[in-house]
Design a protein around this ligand. Sequence first.
Ligand code: GTP
Ligand code: K
Ligand code: MG
Length: 399
Amino acid sequence: MGIIEKIKEIEAEMARTQKNKATEYHLGQLKAKIAKLRTQLLEPPKGTSGAGEGFEVTKYGHGRVALIGFPSVGKSTLLTMLTGTHSEAASYEFTTLTCIPGIIHYNGTKIQLLDLPGIIEGASEGKGRGRQVIAVSKSSDVVLMVLDASKSEGHRQILTKELEAVGLRLNKRPPQIYFKKKKTGGISFNSTAPLTHVDEKLCYQILHEYKIHNAEILFREDATVDDFIDVIEGNRKYMKCLYVYNKIDVIGIDDVDNLARQPNSIVISCNLNLNLDRLLAKMWEAMGLVRIYTKPQGQQPDFTDPVVLSADRGGCSVEDFCNHIHRSLVKEVKYVLVWGTSARHNPQNCGLSQVLQDEDVVQIVKKKEREGEGRGRFKSHTTGPARIADREKKAPLKQ
Ligand SMILES: Nc1nc2c(ncn2[C@@H]2O[C@H](COP(=O)(O)OP(=O)(O)OP(=O)(O)O)[C@@H](O)[C@H]2O)c(=O)[nH]1
Ligand SMILES: [K+]
Ligand SMILES: [Mg+2]
C-alpha cells in the first residue's frame, strides 16, 4: 500500500470514529500517524533535487512572495500588472505551467513575486503540479492566496487544507509548547496554563507513536493535539497569507463589502485596476521588512540605499545589521548611534543587541576611529523621510 492510500485509510477510520472522551486517545494517535505519513510524503522522490524543472527560480531581492490559487483566478494577470513582466493569461485553466518570476519595486526595496500554475484539491498528494507549487510557496516569505470573488467561499478552505497538509501554517504563530528530546530520564510533563484539549496521558500516547520515551514538555498555553504534533514534527512553516479576492468587477457591492471585511483579506479587480495599490501596501506590511539607513561619520545619512533586514529571516538587531554589511564589522564596533523609533532618545548610544525598527538611522563608531568625529551633522540635515524630521523636532539632537 502506498503512503497516500495509508493516509486515506486512516482518514476514513477517523471519520467513522465518534468523537468522545473514550475515543479521544485513539483519535490523537491516528492524527499522529497521519502527520508521520505526510512528512514521509514530503521527502523528494529518490534521484530528484526537489523543486523540479521549470520551478528552480533563483531568489532575488529583499523578499519573496508566491501567488497561490485555483486555475484561472487571475494570478498571471496580477503578476503582469504588478511587475510589468509578462506572464501569459487566458480564459482556459492551467495556462501557466511553470514558475514565472517578476520584481516589484516598493518603498525602496525589491520584492520577488512568483506566478505559479493553478493548484487544485489533492495538490498536497501530488495532483497536477501541486508538489512543485507547494515547494516554491514554502520558499517564500508571504503567500498571496488569489481567489475568484465570484466563486465559492469554499475554495479558500480547500486551499488552506492543502497547504496545511504539507506543513504550512498560515497566519498562525508557533504553539507555545516547549519540547526537548532527551537521552534518558523519561518524560517530564508540565504546564503553566490549564489544559482543556489535551492531558498527560494523551501526550504520552502521541509520544509513544513517535517512539519518544525521554523528553521534557512544557505547555505554556491551552494548546491542542494538533499543536503538539506540530511541535514534535518540528518541520512546520509559519507564514503570513493575504487572501486576495480578484474579479470584484463581476459581483455585487454587498458581496464585495462582505469579502473586504474578512481578516487578512483584500478585494481587487485586475480588469478595472482596482485597489492594487492597497494590495501592495498590505503585502509590504506583511513582509515585515525593516529598512535601515546608514550614516557614515561626518556625513549625512544615505536615504537612497537602505540595508534591509527582516525579523523572520536573520533578525533586526544592531549585530544583524553589522553582519549584513561585513562579517568582521562586529569586532570593530566601539559603539553605535541610533536615531529613530527604536531609540529611547535621539540618538541613542546602543549595544549590539538593540533591535532596530523600520527607517532607523544607524551610525557605527569603530574602535580605532576618533570618537565623536562628525557627530551632530545629522542635526543640520533637512531632507529625508518626514518621520525622521518630525522626531528631531520632538527630540532635538544635542550633539
Ligand atoms: N472579470 C475579470 N476577469 C479577470 C480579472 N483578472 C483576470 N481575469 C481573467 O481571468 C482569466 C484567467 O486569468 P489568468 O491570469 O490566466 O489566471 P491564472 O490564475 O493565471 O490561471 P492559470 O495560469 O490557468 O492557473 C483571463 O481570461 C483574465 O482575463 C478581473 O479582475 N476581472
Ligand atoms: K488561465
Ligand atoms: Mg496563470
